[in-house]
Design a protein around this ligand. Structure first.
Ligand code: 7TS
Length: 405
C-alpha cells in the first residue's frame, strides 16, 4: 500500500507554491523530484566521505570507492542483473545508447545489416543509430504503431529477417505511455539471431524490471527519472557483449597499461568508465534505489494503474480534450490535445494554476509526424501524485476552455 502522506513528506520539492497556488507536479516523465534520502545521501557524501575513487590509498578514497561500488551493487540487484561488472555507469540513457551504437555498433555492424527501431522511440534511440549508419552504411527499419499507440507486432515480425542485427525498442513510451511486450520482442529478435536493446528511461520508475526475465541484451536508464541525481545513468549489458566491445572513450580509469605505442584495457566495467566518474551521482542513485525499494515497484505499479485510470476518466470528461495513446498496457503518462488551444498555451495556462506539465514534441518528432500533431500537452504521474492533483489538472483545463473556447 502507498502511504501518500508519508511519501509526500519525503519530497521537499513538492511542498511549495508556484504563482500563489500549491504546486501540482505532473512532469515526471521529463524528470522526477528527489526524496530527502537522496538529497541527504549526496550532501553527506560531499561533507564526510568525498575523494576520488579507485586510486587512493587513504581513508576517504577507500570510503568513496566503497560507496561508489556499493551503488553499483544496488543497481545490479535492482535490475536483477547476473553480475556487478555488467553495470556501467554513464551520464544517462542517451549516453548509454550512444555507447552501444559507437562501440558495439561500430565493431559489429556492416553495410547490409539492419537495425530495427519503432515509431515511438525517443530521439535518444534514433539519432545514435543514424550517426553510426552514416559511417557504416547499415539500414534502419522502423516498426509502426497502431492507432491506439500500441506497437504493431505483426508489422514488427514482418520487418525481422536474417539481416536484422539489433532491435532497439523503448520499454515504455514517454509520449503515449505504451508499455511494450519486451519478452515477446526479445524472443522474436533472438529467433532471427538479432540482439535486443531496451530503452528503460521511462519504465524503471513505474514497473519492476528484471533483465534476466526480460531476456534482453542491453538495458539503459537514467537516474534522474528514478528520483536520483541528474548526470548519472546506467547501461547494463551481458558480460560476453561487453567483453567483446571496444572502449567507448579513452583516458584514465579505463586502462590496464599505457605506452606511447599501445594501451590495454581495464577489466569490466572500468573499460567503459573513462575519467573520473560521477561518484556522488552514483551514490545518490543508490539512495534513490533504496528509497524506491522501500515502497516497492509492485506497489507503485498497482497504485499508478489506479491513478492513471482515474486521471484518464476525469480528463476525458473535459469537453474538447483528446487523449493521445490509449494502448491496453500503459504507464502513467497522459498526452492530450484540446480543440480550443495549442499545447504550449495549455502548458502556460496550467503553470499559472500551479500545474506543471510538459508541452511539445517530447523529443519524439517522428512519432508526432505519425500522429499528425505538432505537439501534445503531457501530464506524467509518479507514485507521489494524487487523485486530487488529477482533479486540479482538470479544473485548470476547464479554465483553459473558458479562456480559449
Ligand atoms: N528515452 C526515453 C523513452 C525518454 O523518455 C528519455 C527522456 C530518454 C530516452 C533520454 O533520457 P536522458 O535522461 O538521457 O535525457 N525523456 C524526456 C521527456 O520525455 N521529457 O524530457 C525528457
Amino acid at each position: 500500500m502507498i502511504d501518500l502522506e508519508r511519501i509526500r513528506a519525503d519530497f521537499p520539492g513538492l511542498a511549495q507554491e508556484v504563482h500563489g497556488k500549491p504546486l501540482v507536479f505532473l512532469d515526471n516523465a521529463a524528470s522526477a523530484q528527489k526524496p530527502r534520502a537522496v538529497i541527504d545521501a549526496v550532501a553527506h557524501h560531499y561533507a564526510h566521505d568525498y575523494a576520488n575513487v579507485h586510486r587512493g590509498v587513504h581513508q576517504l578514497a577507500e570510503r568513496a570507492t566503497d560507496a561508489y561500488e556499493g551503488a553499483r551493487e544496488k543497481v545490479r540487484a535492482f535490475l536483477n542483473a547476473p553480475a556487478r561488472h555488467e553495470i556501467v555507469f554513464v551520464r544517462g540513457t542517451t549516453e548509454a545508447i550512444n555507447l552501444v551504437a559507437a562501440s558495439w555498433g561500430r565493431h559489429s555492424l556492416r553495410a547490409g545489416d539492419e537495425v530495427v527501431i519503432t515509431e515511438m522511440e525517443h530521439h535518444a534511440n534514433i539519432v545514435p543509430w543514424q550517426l553510426m549508419a552514416e559511417q557504416i552504411g547499415f539500414q534502419i527499419k522502423v516498426a509502426p504503431i497502431l492507432d491506439d499507440g500500441s506497437l504493431d507486432m505483426e508489422a514488427l515480425a514482418a520487418l525481422l529477417s536474417e539481416r536484422t542485427r539489433l532491435v532497439a525498442v523503448t520499454h515504455m513510451s514517454n509520449v503515449l505511455g505504451t508499455v511494450n511486450p519486451i519478452r515477446e520482442i526479445v524472443d522474436m529478435a533472438h529467433a532471427h539471431g538479432a540482439l535486443c536493446l531496451v530503452d528503460g528511461a521511462q519504465s524503471v520508475s513505474h514497473l519492476p524490471v528484471d533483465v534476466q526475465d526480460l531476456g534482453c541484451d542491453f538495458y539503459a536508464f537514467s537516474g534522474h527519472k528514478l528520483f536520483g541525481p541528474t548526470g548519472i545513468g546506467v547501461l547494463w549489458a551481458r558480460e560476453e557483449l561487453l567483453e567483446a566491445m571496444p572502449p567507448y572513450q579513452g583516458g584514465g580509469e579505463m586502462i590496464r597499461e599505457v605506452s606511447f605505442e599501445r594501451s590495454t584495457w581495464a577489466e569490466l566495467p572500468y573499460k567503459f568508465e573513462a575519467g573520473t566518474p560521477h561518484i556522488v551521482g552514483a551514490i545518490g542513485l543508490g539512495a534513490a534505489i533504496d528509497y524506491v525499494n522501500g515502497i516497492g515497484l509492485a506497489a507503485i505499479e498497482a497504485y499508478e494503474a489506479e491513478l492513471l485510470a482515474y486521471a484518464t476518466e476525469v480528463l476525458n470528461s473535459v469537453p474538447g480534450v483528446r487523449i493521445i495513446g490509449t494502448a491496453p498496457h500503459k504507464g502513467s503518462v497522459l498526452s492530450f490535445v484540446m480543440d480550443c488551444a495549442h499545447p504550449h498555451d495549455i502548458g502556460t495556462l496550467l503553470d499559472a494554476e500551479g500545474v506543471a506539465v510538459r508541452a511539445g514534441h517530447h523529443c519524439a518528432m517522428p512519432l508526432m509526424e505519425r500522429l499528425g500533431l505538432p505537439a501534445t500537452a503531457r501530464a506524467s504521474f509518479a507514485f507521489y501524485n494524487t487523485r486530487e492533483e488529477a482533479d486540479a489538472l482538470v479544473a485548470a483545463l476547464h479554465k483553459v476552455r473558458e479562456i480559449f473556447a
